[in-house]
Design a protein around this ligand. Structure first.
Ligand SMILES: Cc1cc2nc3c(=O)[nH]c(=O)nc-3n(C[C@H](O)[C@H](O)[C@H](O)COP(=O)(O)O)c2cc1C
Length: 166
């Protein structure tokens, strides 16, 4: 899930990535020769616009095989457009990114390393700084319930996101 907020109208846009029609990047590099125009026409055009105009991005994700689920990874991969068109990046307002990730398995080394490293690489391409992160582990044994301490952590995290930079 990605949540993009716009500085102009305080609008918040929510993308449930599993519901998005975003094709896989084919590395055709057309965007490099075509001023950032991607040849694939799908929901990514709207997502590009929201990434460009947002001031804050929140990534909410489960950990799948120590990485992002494929629906979110497809969106990240299509951001190769920004990497291939650095002139656009230079015009983007500085953004803040937040990530809330849950790993269903018990804690293990590098449970969140893959997603964080992938995300940081993306953020470099869109003039975005990772402002805060919140990771929960072992969520598959929570019996569908986050206890009050964890809900408090989520509340603090959300407050940080909506008050920072205002
Ligand atoms: C395909 C798949 C791969 C998963 N891989 C991992 C993993 O590598 N590490 C981990 O901690 N949890 C893993 N899990 C557990 C998910 O992180 C966990 O079930 C998650 O909380 C599900 O999120 P949801 O409640 O939004 O569906 C995996 C789950 C699925 C379905």
């Amino acid at each position: 899930m990605i949540l993009a907020s716009s500085p102009d109208d305080n609008e918040v846009r929510l993308y449930r990535t599993i519901k998005c029609n975003v094709k896989a990047c084919t590395a055709c590099d057309s965007c490099a020769n075509n001023k950032g125009q991607c040849v694939l026409k799908d929901d990514m055009q709207a997502i590009y616009e929201d990434i460009i105009h947002s001031d804050k991005l929140l990534f909410i994700t489960p950990v799948y095989f120590s990485g992002f689920p494929s629906s979110l990874k497809a969106i990240i991969d299509r951001c190769q457009m920004f990497y291939n068109y650095p002139e656009l990046k230079d015009t983007l307002p500085t953004k803040q990114a937040y990530i809330l990730a849950i790993g269903g398995s018990r804690p293990y080394p590098d449970q969140f390393t893959g997603i964080e490293s992938s995300l940081r690489y993306l953020l470099r391409s869109i003039n975005c700084r990772l402002e805060a992160k919140l990771y929960f582990t072992g969520t598959d044994s929570f019996n569908d319930r986050f206890d009050d301490d964890k809900i408090g952590l989520i509340r603090d995290f959300a407050l940080k996101m909506f008050t920072k930079g205002e």
